[in-house]
Design a protein around this ligand. Sequence first.
Ligand SMILES: Cc1cc2nc3c(=O)[nH]c(=O)nc-3n(C[C@H](O)[C@H](O)[C@H](O)COP(=O)(O)O)c2cc1C
Ligand code: SF4
Length: 515
Amino acid sequence: MKFFVPGDAAACAVGADEVAAELARLFGERGIDAPIVRNGSRGMFELEPLLEVDTKEGRVGYARISAADVPAVLDAIVAGSEHPSGVGLVDELPFLKRQTRLTFARCGITDPQSIEEYREHGGLAGLERAIAIGPADTVEEVFASGLRGRGGAGFPAGIKWRTAAAAPAAQKYIVCNADEGDSGTFADRMVMEGDPFMLIEGMAIAGLAVGATSGYVYIRSEYPHAIRAMRRAIETARQHGLLGLSLLGSAFAFDMEVRVGAGAYVCGEETSMLESLEGRRGEVRAKPPLPAHVGLFGMPTIINNVLTLAAVPFILAEGARAYADFGMGRSRGTMPIQIAGNVRNGGLFETAFGITLGELVDEIGGGTLSGRPVRAVQVGGPLGAYFPPSEFHLPFDYETFAAADGLIGHAGIVVFDDTVDMAKMARFAMQFCAAESCGKCTPCRIGSVRGLETIDRIIAGEDVEANRALVEALCETMKFGSLCALGGFTPYPVLSALRHFPEDFAKARDVETVS
Ligand SMILES: Cc1cc2nc3c(=O)[nH]c(=O)nc-3n(C[C@H](O)[C@H](O)[C@H](O)COP(=O)(O)O)c2cc1C
Ligand code: SF4
């Protein structure tokens, strides 16, 4: 019998370490000889800490248990009786069963630090195939899969890889963006803690494909568990020839290391990240040149999000077609969607593009945790638009969201109930931009501060119509005049709040009329 207690930061935050320690203590006391695997999370956070036990029928779960519950749970497991925390077969839980897990197929299943288990569950097949077909065909395979960047911009990975592959240079780099700064997102962290070899394999394949022998994974400093997990896995990967001078015994070399982020949202912007990696303050670089031509230390560099690189081993192992068969339009494959905020069933839901926003929020998310009606959801992080339930028919797809003046971003969905004040949320967007601006360009540096002041005037009921028009004009300037998407996309939450929830701003006008 094998026991599983997640070592994932979200599970540990609600007591998983204490559960594992108590289980180990009881095993010692009772002379039970059974392994306790610190697996990744299954991504059903409302069930954490979720203890699982291997049985003949499959893995059986015990949800939300504390260290104090462990003796009784263990008694029930040994006696084959029921326990109130039992949730039955974990794979049969609707939240998991409805998913199409390509990237997250192993997360929560295997021991994240066991390279043997990684291989047993399909790992390394992608790198083996990349070695067999060579760099040019590897790039074309990624191109044919239709994989687009999962960090926010949705740029086709294959085009970026082609560009870097074609750039002549003595040294090229792969940089993995694990800054994961968007509100309500945690998929990158789950990959690094729950299946780190997949990311290492994805980076090694990228290196082989474009001729880069060195890589960095830039992890936000707020992720100490992920930093530890990646460092440990990189060391193991080196010992097993997954990294080093000869990848799996081939003529290709690739090695990588972890760099800890500098703690600013803008350091997630790719050129700002390059500055930070080079030891300078995180400030956005003007493009061109593109990083694929002139990137880290002036050399051609691929910068991809964790989820982009993590999708690559599957694409190489199973073929571009197997990945591209999922999805809709130009959004191919699956997306690990992160459901958060005031929601009953928050967590990681990987599914093919095309699922509607309403299905995600109402059916999978189960509505609000407060039990009050959903009023708004913000999709795509702090720079994403707010959508009311009347837009819940929108399918999750890059083009659809762009046409609806929004973005998918890193696929974080934050749910709000009807107590939310959307004028305050619009204010927050400007405040966030003002706080996080790198200061390089005027529309963002000055515009966000003026925007904040103007929204404050609206909220105070001062000359509401004129100030509203001013905010709209300012948003136009920020949208088209900013150097990067921090200033350029801040208008999305502001304008969507104004468009979809005018009554919250009208409240301010009422104040003006009354006064
Ligand atoms: C202000 C700002 C913050 C960003 N933060 C992140 C981040 O945390 N993680 C990420 O992968 N991309 C982030 N991006 C997007 C990156 O600039 C870049 O597009 C991405 O890393 C490229 O990888 P991809 O093509 O795989 O998505 C951010 C962009 C901006 C403008
Ligand atoms: S938009 Fe803001 S964060 Fe981006 S370059 Fe300009 S000042 Fe810096």
